[in-house]
Ligand binder design. Structure first.
Ligand code: MLT
Length: 311
């Protein structure tokens, strides 16, 4: 609960936040901007606050997103400052990008695109060159293939639902919750699996866990060793969830056919069998608006009424 019963508030924004959200701060008693001094609250998206000096005036932090690893949550909680986040508000956007990554990798679209871009000549020549090489880009179809989902929160469940609709078999594992409690899906998905069973039986593996000490490098040399040959691995969580050196070894030994991740990486950048993206999972108009609205509502409720929701 904020210490005093203030009626006017100053909000510092550290990233561009959707005006649909920021517009909810009542204009009469809220001042909102990127150059606010001594703010009562801070709204942040991806800005790294880990080493930032946080002013004494700050009563709350709002993260327009699910993960809070860019925020010193424990240090703030020792100061009694709650951190609000928006689990679920961008889950559909991430799910859609995971599906795009799945299809991109299953159909070898990125190597195919890179190949076509090297071709030269008139349309006839391009066509002949393309026809003579296209066999090496032959892919696989999804129905009947097994998708292993590590992490059964909002995103993991949406991905499971979509994959089932595409005809895939889905198996799940979560390091923090029991599979049975996580699902309202098919009986097959509800069956508890050990992470080893998931690794051993999946054609595709996607990770949707927060970055914690217990999940850092959850995909590592040992876990890759358990996978089938030619597994496609997707990481739309955080880059440190997956050990990149192990991925390179896994690609060399063909345990991993393709690695798709939503983060730039110097190590992986120019690898033929890797797609790296600039952290685009939550970058849709809808997700940005949903997150902004949710986090601003939480901040207003806290600053004005002392209510804590979704920390
Ligand atoms: C999240 O944790 O939800 C994402 O990192 C959101 C974002 O891209 O800002």
């Amino acid at each position: 609960m904020p210490e005093n019963q203030k009626t006017n508030f100053k909000i510092l924004t550290l990233n561009q936040i959707s005006p649909l959200g920021l517009g909810r701060f009542p204009k009469d008693n809220y001042k909102v901007g990127a150059d606010i001094m001594d703010p009562d609250a801070i709204v942040v998206r991806s800005h790294n606050m880990q080493n930032m000096k946080i002013a004494k005036s700050v009563l709350a932090i709002g993260r327009a997103g699910a993960g809070t690893n860019n925020i010193p949550v424990y240090a703030l909680s020792e100061r009694g400052i709650p951190v609000f986040n928006t689990p679920g508000a961008n889950a559909n956007a991430v799910k859609e990008l995971v599906l795009a990554g799945l299809l991109l990798a299953a159909r070898n679209l990125l190597p195919a695109l890179r190949f076509v871009e090297t071709l030269q000549g008139d349309d006839d020549t391009l066509h002949k060159q393309a026809e003579s090489e296209k066999k090496r880009f032959s892919g696989v179809e999804l129905p009947g293939r097994t998708l292993g989902i590590i992490g059964l929160g909002e995103i993991g469940r949406l991905v499971a639902d979509a994959a089932i609709k595409l005809g895939m078999k889905v198996i799940g594992y979560d390091p923090n919750i029991t599979v049975e409690s996580a699902w309202s899906l098919s009986a097959e998905v509800k069956k508890a699996h050990s992470i080893e069973a998931l690794l051993r039986n999946s054609d595709f593996i996607t990770v949707h866990v927060p970055l914690l000490d217990t999940t850092r490098h959850i995909i590592n040399e040992k876990s890759i060793g358990v996978m089938k040959q030619n597994t496609i691995v997707l990481n739309f969580s955080r880059n440190a969830i997956v050990d990149e050196d192990a991925v390179l070894t896994g690609i060399a030994s063909r345990k991993i056919k393709f690695y798709v991740c939503d983060f730039p990486s110097q190590k992986l950048q120019h690898q033929e069998s890797v797609i790296t993206l600039p952290h685009l999972g939550a970058s849709t108009q809808e997700a940005e608006e949903n997150c902004a609205v949710m986090v601003v509502n939480q901040l207003i409720d806290y600053l004005q009424n002392g209510n804590i929701t979704n920390t």
